[in-house]
Design a binder for this molecule. Structure first.
Ligand SMILES: *[C@@H]1O[C@H](CO)[C@@H](O)[C@H](O)[C@H]1NC(C)=O
Ligand SMILES: *[C@@H]1O[C@H](CO)[C@@H](O)[C@H](O)[C@H]1NC(C)=O
Ligand SMILES: *[C@@H]1O[C@H](CO)[C@@H](O)[C@H](O)[C@H]1NC(C)=O
Ligand SMILES: *[C@@H]1O[C@H](CO)[C@@H](O)[C@H](O)[C@H]1NC(C)=O
Length: 453
C-alpha cells in the first residue's frame, strides 16, 4: 500500500515537473516573441523582412573596372571583372545567367551611360529578391561587350559571332533582345550591315535595348560575351560561318547551298572573278587601268567571267548575291571584304593595300587573312604598294605616320597584277578541273538543307 502510494506520489511529482518545465518553455517563447530585438525571427515575419533586406542589399559594381585598364584584352577583361567566364573546349568564353555558376542568380544592369563605362553597373540577384524597382526583362538577352565597335563590318562581326556559335550549340535559341556595350559604354544600335546579318540569322526583328527608362534592369535569362571569338575552335568557326552564309542566302532568295561547281557547254569549269571597287579612301587611283588588267587576264583563262561591282552601291542582299556568285574576289583592303563570308567555301581572296600599310600598320593588316582562314576561304596574298620614302610629318613616330597613309589611294603595278591574277586563276581552274574529274555530274545546290538552324 505504501509502496503504491509512493509510486503515485512520484508520478504526481514527475507530472508536476513536466508541467512546470512546459510552462517555462512557453514563457520563454512568449518572451522571445515579445522582445523587439528578436521579433524578426518569429516564423510569421522572418521571410518578409529578410527578403526586403535582400532587395535592398543587392550590390552594384562598375561595369568597367579601371584596375584592369592596362590588360583589358586579356583574362577577365575590365567588363564585369568580378565574374569568371565559363570555359568549354573549342567554345568562345561566355557567362550564362541564371546558372549553377551564378548560384541561381539573375544578371541585373544599370547601364545607360554612353560615354563612361565606370558609371554603368551590374549586379547578381535571386529572382525572388530583385533590387527594388528593377524592371524584369523576360526571355533571353544577349549582352555583348567589345573593345572594337558594332559599326565596322569586321569589328561588329567579331563581337556578335560568338552568340551565333552559342545559339547553334544550344538548339538554335533566339534572343529576345541585345544589349550592346563598347568598353562598358552603352550602344543602342548595330551598323546596318551587321543588323541585317543578325536578322537573317536569327529571323525577325533584332531589338537592341536602349534602357529608355532610368533604373535597374534584370534579365530572366542572359548570355554575356566579352572576348569576341575568343577561344572558339577552328571547326566551330567554320560551322558558325556556314550558318551565317546559309541563312543570309536563304533570306535573300538565293540557293542556300550556293552555286556549286558550274561548267560551261563544253563541260569546263566556270570561274567567276569579281573586282569589288571602293570610292574615296583606299580606292584605286586608276580604276580603269586596274579593270583592264584583270579583264585581259580573265579573258586568257578558259571559263573566266569578270564582274566589276561598286561596293557602296550594293544593298545587303546585292552583296550576298554578288559574293555567292564569286570564286575569286579582288578588292582593296577594307570592311567590304567582310562579305567574303558569303562566298562558297574554298573561294579565293586577293587584297590590295596602299602605301605605308606593310611597313606601318602592325598586325591588324592581316585581319582578312585571319577571316579567310576562319571562314574557310583561301587568302591568296596581298599587294602592298611600296612605300619607298616616308613623307609623313612625323616619320619617327609610326602610329602618326600610319594615320597619314591609312586611307590613301591604291596605285597599281601592271606586271605584278597580271602575273598574280594569272597565277590565282590558274590555280582555281586546276582545282575545279580536279573536282569535275572526280564528279563529272555536278548538281549545284543539291545540299539545300545546309542551314544548321
Ligand atoms: C575566378 O577565377 C579565379 C582564378 O581561377 C579564382 O581565384 C576566383 O576565385 C574566381 N572567382 C569567382 C567569383 O569564381
Ligand atoms: C555583276 O555585277 C553587277 C553590278 O554590281 C550585279 O548587278 C550583278 O548581279 C553581278 N553579277 C553576278 C553574276 O553576280
Ligand atoms: C575545301 O578544300 C579542302 C582542301 O582542299 C577540301 O578538303 C574541302 O572538302 C573543300 N571544301 C569544299 C566545301 O569544297
Ligand atoms: C612591278 O612588279 C614587278 C613584278 O613583281 C617588279 O619586278 C617591278 O619592279 C615592279 N615595278 C615597280 C615600279 O615597282
Amino acid at each position: 500500500m505504501e509502496a503504491l502510494n509512493k509510486q503515485k506520489n512520484s508520478r504526481h511529482l514527475s507530472k508536476l515537473v513536466i508541467s512546470i518545465f512546459l510552462l517555462f518553455v512557453i514563457l520563454i517563447l512568449l518572451h522571445l516573441q515579445a522582445s523587439p530585438i528578436n521579433s524578426s525571427y518569429s516564423p510569421a515575419s522572418s521571410g518578409i523582412t529578410l527578403i526586403s533586406r535582400l532587395h535592398d542589399s543587392v550590390t552594384f559594381l562598375p561595369l568597367k573596372d579601371l584596375r584592369f585598364a592596362e590588360t583589358a584584352m586579356e583574362g577577365n577583361t575590365w567588363f564585369m571583372s568580378s565574374l569568371n567566364d565559363t570555359r568549354e573546349k573549342n567554345e568562345a568564353e561566355y557567362l550564362y545567367f541564371p546558372s549553377q555558376a551564378s548560384k541561381g542568380r539573375l544578371l541585373c544592369i544599370m547601364g545607360r551611360d554612353k560615354a563612361d563605362g565606370t558609371k554603368n553597373s551590374y549586379a547578381l540577384a535571386w529572382p525572388e529578391t530583385l533590387p527594388n524597382s528593377a524592371t524584369l526583362l523576360k526571355g533571353l538577352t544577349f549582352v555583348s561587350d567589345t573593345y572594337f565597335d558594332y559599326k565596322n563590318l569586321w569589328h561588329g562581326l567579331c563581337a556578335v559571332a560568338p552568340f551565333v556559335g552559342w545559339s547553334i550549340k544550344n538548339g538554335c535559341m533566339m534572343p529576345d533582345r541585345w544589349v550592346l556595350f563598347h568598353r562598358g559604354e552603352l550602344r543602342d544600335r548595330m551598323g546596318l550591315w551587321l543588323h541585317q546579318l543578325m536578322e537573317t540569322n536569327f529571323g525577325g526583328d533584332v531589338e537592341v535595348e536602349g534602357f529608355e527608362r532610368e533604373g535597374r534592369y534584370c534579365f530572366e535569362r542572359a548570355v554575356v560575351m566579352r572576348h569576341n571569338l575568343g577561344s572558339m575552335g577552328k571547326a566551330r568557326k567554320l560551322e558558325m560561318f556556314d550558318s551565317l552564309r546559309c541563312k543570309a542566302r536563304r533570306f535573300c532568295g538565293l540557293n542556300p547551298a550556293g552555286k556549286g561547281l558550274e561548267v560551261n557547254e563544253r563541260g569546263k569549269p566556270i570561274i567567276r572573278l569579281t573586282l569589288l571597287m571602293r570610292r574615296g579612301s583606299r580606292s584605286f587611283k586608276n580604276p580603269t587601268a586596274v579593270i583592264q588588267i584583270f579583264a585581259k587576264e580573265c579573258e586568257r583563262v578558259e571559263g573566266c567571267i569578270l564582274n566589276v561591282s561598286q561596293s557602296e552601291d550594293l544593298r545587303f542582299c546585292d552583296q550576298v548575291r554578288v559574293m555567292t556568285n564569286t570564286d575569286v574576289i579582288a578588292t582593296p583592303h577594307g570592311a567590304q571584304l567582310t562579305n567574303m563570308l558569303f562566298m562558297d567555301q574554298n573561294s579565293s581572296v586577293m587584297e590590295f593595300f596602299p602605301r605605308g600599310w606593310f611597313e606601318l600598320a602592325g598586325v591588324d593588316k592581316y585581319a582578312h587573312h585571319w577571316m579567310a582562314d576562319q571562314s574557310g576561304m583561301r587568302h591568296q596574298g596581298s599587294w602592298w604598294e611600296p612605300l619607298d620614302e616616308k613623307e609623313c610629318p612625323f616619320p619617327q613616330h609610326d602610329p602618326d605616320c600610319f594615320n597619314f597613309y591609312k586611307d590613301g589611294q591604291v596605285g597599281h603595278n601592271e606586271t605584278f597584277f597580271a602575273e598574280w591574277a594569272t597565277s590565282v586563276l590558274n590555280q582555281v581552274r586546276s582545282s575545279k578541273l580536279e573536282q569535275v574529274a572526280k564528279n563529272p555530274i555536278t548538281t549545284p545546290g543539291a545540299n539545300s538543307d545546309a542551314c544548321v538552324c
